[in-house]
Structure formats: C-alpha cells, structure tokens
Design a protein around this ligand. Structure first.
Ligand code: HMG
Ligand code: MG
Length: 302
C-alpha cells in the first residue's frame, strides 16, 4: 500500500460546521475557534461564506469574523462566494482563497444555489476571473459527487462533466464532496477518478461528510489513490442546510488520529485540536461528535 507521507488538511468547521447551527453563535466564538485551529497547526481554515443571509443566517457575520481573525503567516484563510455580489463583499475581507460551489446533481444545484449547473458555471466564471485578477486563489467545491438527497445515486460521468466545467472557467483545484455521506470506498474512488480526468492529483481534495460513518474508510480509499488533501470539521460539526439529515464532515480529530497512526504527517497537534473541538462543543452545549475527541477527553479525566 503506497500512501502519501504527508497530508494537508483544511478545517471547514467554522464554515461548513457552523453554517447549519440553529442557535446563534457569536462572532467572537467563531473567531476564537479559528485561533484555536491555527494554534493546533491547521494551515488552511475555511472561515465563513459570503452568501445570502436570508438563505444562511448563521454566516451573516462573515465580515466581522474575517476582520477579527489575527492571521498567522503561512495559514490560508478561505471563504465561500457563490456569485459576484458575494465575491465583492468577500474581497474587502482579503481572503487568501475563494470557493465557488457547484453540484454534480441538478436538483441539488437548484436547492442550494437556486440555479441550474449550467447557470452556476456562468455565474462562477466572472467570479473566478475577478479573483485570479486580484491575486486570490480559487477552489471549486463539487457537491453530491456520489449521492444526492433529491436524485439518489450520482454517476461518475456527472462528476467528470462538472469537473470539466470547473476546469474550463479557471478553477485551480476542486473538492470532491460527499455532501450527504452516503459514499462507500469504491464509489468515492470512482468520483475521484472522474475528477482526475480534468485535475491533477495535487489539485483534488476529499470532502467527506460522515452521515453513514464511512468517511474514514472513504479517506483511506482516497489515500490509496494518492490523494493527499482533505477537508474535515473539528468536533465533527456541521451539515448543509440544503441537505436535510446530512451530518457533519468527518471530525478532524478522527482523521488526524488515523493519519498519525498510519505514519502520515499532518503538522497538527492532536491535543490542541481536541481542545479546539472541546471549546466549540462547550459553546454549543453538546459533546464533540468525534470518537477520538471523546476518547482523549475521557482519558484525561481518568
Ligand atoms: P438568489 O435568491 O437566486 O439570488 O440566491 P439573487 O441574485 O436573485 O438575489 C436575491 C437576494 O439575495 C437579493 O437581496 C440579493 O442582494 C441577495 P434582496 O434584494 O432580496 O434583499 N444576495 C446576496 N446577499 C449576500 N451575499 C450574496 C448574495 N447574493 C444574492 N452573495 C444565492 C442565490 C446563491 C445567493 C443563494 O442561493 C444562497 O445564498 N445560497 C447559499 C447556499 C449555501 O450557502 N449553502 C451552503 C454552502 S454549500 C455546502 O455546504 C456544500 C459544501 O460543503 C460541499 C459539500 O459538502 O457538498 C461546500
Ligand atoms: Mg460540506
């Protein structure tokens, strides 16, 4: 088994993790979470999204959160921007990278961003151009690459089609997302293979929600293909407001524990990461949704 010797993680907890949270989460708490993640060694953090506050009220404090983060050199701070309006607002916050987000399924595209796949690409194209012109990196998130809450199974051809469109408008790297966590290792590999028709291995990351408990297995399957960029959410926070019932991304703590156990470097301090997860979980009034965090916290008290 040839696995990468180093893996790069993007913690999407402050964005994907909190976007669906029903209770108000003060900007100061979000900022503290970002600070704790960077202290734990995360080199990329998805901080917030510049989307309609009517659609996703929890992200309405986007500019305040971005302004409050004391940035560290060498850390990349990214934000979601679905259209030019979002990009213009985001630019004031000086993100290092913006993320346009599309879907491999038509129904999800409609529900999530209120337009077809083709229309979304038309909207993204000027955003990508403007970002690159401003020296801001561009990532593309591809939702529902194995399954859709509205259409069921999604064929790898749909993923290849979307990846080709993303490449065509200048997106620099893409996330292969299992939005509702229904994927199993072979299906996830098929979605990754489809993406690799258009993007190089170094430009592809795995974004696996853990709804059905498959995310670690899917990560290992991706590692076996040489994929070395992954997204995860501290304390397993999250879910997408337009994918009902879907739970959070794989917990960063669980991923880091598995990777370190495989002898793969992440640059992350698991203890500080568990502290970050405990901090946000306490703020939300519930235990972390991470087996590793639970185990580490239990061990500390015994
Ligand atoms: P729309 O209603 O079609 O937009 O929404 P519109 O252009 O017709 O504008 C309607 C109103 O929205 C106007 O305001 C605009 O100003 C405002 P009004 O005149 O009614 O007062 N508006 C905005 N306000 C702030 N920021 C903006 C913006 N754009 C328009 N950027 C839109 C289209 C995309 C805006 C909407 O559908 C939306 O915000 N959707 C958000 C979806 C979202 O955030 N989903 C979760 C993130 S994606 C995800 O979680 C998946 C991922 O994790 C990968 C995976 O797991 O699959 C990435
Ligand atoms: Mg997601």
């Amino acid at each position: 088994m040839h696995l990468p010797s180093r893996v790069h993680l993007i913690d999407v907890g402050p964005r994907d993790g909190l976007q669906n949270e029903k209770q108000p989460v003060p900007a100061a708490v979000k900022i503290e979470l970002v600070h704790r993640l960077q202290a734990a060694g995360l080199k990329e953090i998805e901080v917030t999204s510049f989307v309609s506050p009517k659609w996703v009220p929890q992200m309405a404090d986007n500019a305040e959160v971005m302004a409050g983060v004391a940035r560290l050199p060498g850390v990349r701070y990214s934000v979601l921007t679905p259209n030019l309006q979002g990009f213009a607002a985001a630019l004031n916050s000086q993100p290092d990278e913006i993320v346009v987000f599309g879907a491999a399924s038509e129904a999800f595209s409609q529900k999530n961003i209120n337009c077809s796949i083709a229309q979304s690409i038309e909207r993204f194209a000027p955003v990508v151009q403007a970002a690159l012109a401003a020296g801001v990196a561009v990532r593309g998130a591809m939702s529902c690459t194995v399954g859709c809450p509205y259409e069921g199974e999604v064929a790898p051809e749909r993923v290849a089609y979307l990846a080709g469109l993303m490449k065509g408008i200048g997106v620099q790297r893409v996330d292969v997302a299992d939005t509702i966590g229904v994927g199993t290792p072979r299906k996830v590999q098929a979605a990754l293979e489809a993406t690799l028709q258009h993007f190089a291995l170094d430009e592809v990351s795995g974004h696996f929600h853990d709804t059905y408990g498959q995310a670690l297995a899917n990560t290992l399957a991706a590692l076996q293909m040489g994929v070395w960029n992954f997204q995860s959410s501290v304390a397993g926070l999250g879910g997408c407001p337009y994918a009902k019932g879907a739970t959070g991304n794989v917990a960063t703590e669980d991923l880091v524990y598995m990777l370190h156990g495989l002898g793969i470097e992440t640059g992350i301090d698991l203890d500080l990461l568990v502290d970050a997860g405990a901090f946000i979980s306490q703020a939300l009034g519930r235990p972390p949704n991470s087996r590793v965090a639970t185990a580490v916290l239990n061990k500390r008290t015994t």
